[in-house]
Design a protein around this ligand. Structure first.
Ligand code: TYC
Length: 102
C-alpha cells in the first residue's frame, strides 16, 4: 500500500496508465522450400515494403536464418503474423512468421 491508504488492505495501483504500450518485433524465419519470390511478394503485400527493401530482407533471412521485418503494437503484429501464416498455408509453403516483445 502507498502512504495514505492507512490499513484498509486495499492495494492502490501506483503504475501510471499512460505508459507507452510495448512494441513487438515481427520476424520471418528461413526454410529450405519457400520460393524466394514468394517471400518478396509477402513482404511487399503485407508490410508495404518496396521491392528492393523486400528483396534485401528476404536475402537476410535466407543467409542469417531470420530477420525482423517490422515493429508494431501487439494488435498490428498479431494481425500481420496471422495474415502471413494464412497466406503461406493457402499456397502450401512452410514459411513461418513469428512475433516477440521488444
Ligand atoms: N531459403 C529459401 C530458398 O532458398 C528462401 C527463403 C527466404 C525462405 C526467406 C523463407 O523467410 C524465408 N528458396
Amino acid at each position: 500500500d502507498k502512504p495514505g491508504d492507512s490499513d484498509t488492505g486495499v492495494l492502490t495501483e501506483t503504475k501510471p496508465k499512460t505508459d507507452k504500450p510495448p512494441l513487438y518485433k515481427v520476424m520471418l524465419l528461413n526454410d529450405d522450400y519457400t520460393p524466394m519470390e514468394f517471400v518478396v511478394h509477402v513482404l511487399e503485400r503485407f508490410f508495404g515494403l518496396s521491392h528492393a527493401q523486400s528483396f534485401e530482407i528476404m536475402l537476410t533471412v535466407h543467409k542469417k536464418g531470420l530477420a525482423v521485418v517490422g515493429v508494431f503494437s501487439f494488435e498490428v503484429a498479431e494481425t500481420k503474423v496471422a495474415q502471413v501464416m494464412d497466406f503461406a498455408r493457402r499456397h502450401q509453403h512452410p514459411l513461418q512468421c513469428t512475433m516477440e516483445k521488444e
